[in-house]
Structures are given as C-alpha cells and as structure tokens.
Design a protein around this ligand. Structure first.
Ligand code: FE2
Length: 225
C-alpha cells in the first residue's frame, strides 16, 4: 500500500494524534512499512470537531515543515473526513469549498449506529454538485453489517468503498472483521486505508495476515498516488 487515503495524523485537531511528536512517530512508522504518500483526513464534524479548510491549513503547513526538518520522505496532502450532517449538506448546497482528493472525490463518514434517512437521495444531491464520494469504513456501520446488497447499491450509486486495513486484524471486533472479509470475498472493496489515530496502532502493521492480504487484494489506491 503506497498511498494511504485516510489518516488522523494532524496533531491536536481531532481524536487522532495529540502532539507533533506523536504525529512524527506515526509518520515515520508508516514510511517504514512502505507508505510513500499520505492524505491527512482530520474529522470535520460540527458537533465535536468544528474544523474548516481555513483552520486546518496552517496546522498542515506547520506539520509539513516539521516533517521536512525530521527528514521523513513521505508526500503529504491535506484532505478531510466529512461527517454527513446538516452543516455538511449546507456546505455542499452553498458551494463552500471542500477538501477533496484529485478528481473531486471526498471522504464521507456516516453515523456508526444510526442509518441516515434518505441516504441515496443525499448521495444523488452531492454528486449532482460535481462531487464523488469515497465512503469511509463501510464495514463499521452496524446497520449495514453483512448486507452485501446495500454495499452493492452504494457502489451502483457511485460511491467508492474504502475499508480500514486494521478491520482485517479484528481491531474493531469480530463482526467488523467478518463484514470486511465478506466485502473482500464479494469484490466490493475499492480502496484500503489505515484510518490511523494513534502511535500505538503502528504495531498492528506487524499482523502477519496483512502482508498476504496486501499482496492479493485488488484495490484502486494507486489512482490517487
Ligand atoms: Fe477516520
């Protein structure tokens, strides 16, 4: 996995890295397992992480300078993980700039426990504004667990499905592991990413099953290199 599309390394802006030191340890660890390009995706969620592109950019620049000083050779880009709520839809409707990947893709997160009302209508509206959706960790939404038909429908509606690498290790529990394995068996995985939040998760890269997985799984990550 040369490019990671989902990570919480930017220090002090969400529930990810707490300090610059921790961020640098995380980035160094990711470079050591072969990641060459990292999209930083801090949460943007009005109720608990009221970040904006303008508030995140100076923190990103400071981080980039610290990375250069530390001599870590990983390409960095700033994106975000947008939570689907009324503030987000307001931003879409008013044409406020979003932090996007190349191709106008952006990372979208749903509530973990409550199925959004009118999700497909909402996705249509978002796409009608010219955006393309990468759905973050579909295997973690309890209301869709093992419902492969829903995942197929989400892809047919234009979403790319981004699963978390550590879901395959059982880090989020047995049910998430089982769902991500079903997604893989049914060839419904478009992208794989770490969604790393803290330095102690680096040890998960040592899980032996991941090496085999990364050698065999077919994903579209390199489209974003
Ligand atoms: Fe995340």
């Amino acid at each position: 996995m040369k490019v990671d599309l989902h990570s919480h390394l930017l220090p002090g802006v969400d529930d990810g890295a707490k300090t610059m030191e921790e961020s640098l340890v995380m980035l160094q660890g990711m470079a050591e397992v072969g990641i060459q390009h990292l999209y930083l995706t801090p949460h943007i969620r009005s109720s608990c992480f009221p970040n904006t592109p303008a508030s995140l950019r100076p923190v990103f620049e400071e981080f980039r300078q610290a990375v250069a000083r530390a001599g870590i050779a990983v390409r960095l880009d700033l994106c975000a993980e947008y939570y689907l709520d009324t503030s987000f839809m307001e931003a879409v409707r008013t044409g406020a700039p979003l932090l996007c990947f190349p191709g106008n893709y952006f990372l979208l997160e749903l509530s973990m426990h409550q199925e959004p009302l009118f999700l497909f209508e909402t996705l249509f509206e978002i796409q009608d504004k010219g955006y393309k959706v990468i759905l973050a960790h579909p295997e973690r939404y309890s209301f869709y667990r093992e419902k492969m038909d829903i995942y197929r429908k989400l892809r047919q509606a234009g979403c790319l499905l981004q699963v978390n690498l550590f879901s395959f290790t059982g880090y989020y529990g047995k049910e998430v592991k089982s769902t991500v394995e079903s997604l893989q068996k049914n060839r419904l995985v478009d992208l794989i990413a770490t969604d790393i939040h803290m330095a102690r998760q680096l040890e998960l890269f040592q899980d032996k099953s991941l090496r085999k997985l990364l050698e065999t799984i077919e994903v579209k990550n390199n489209q974003f290199l």
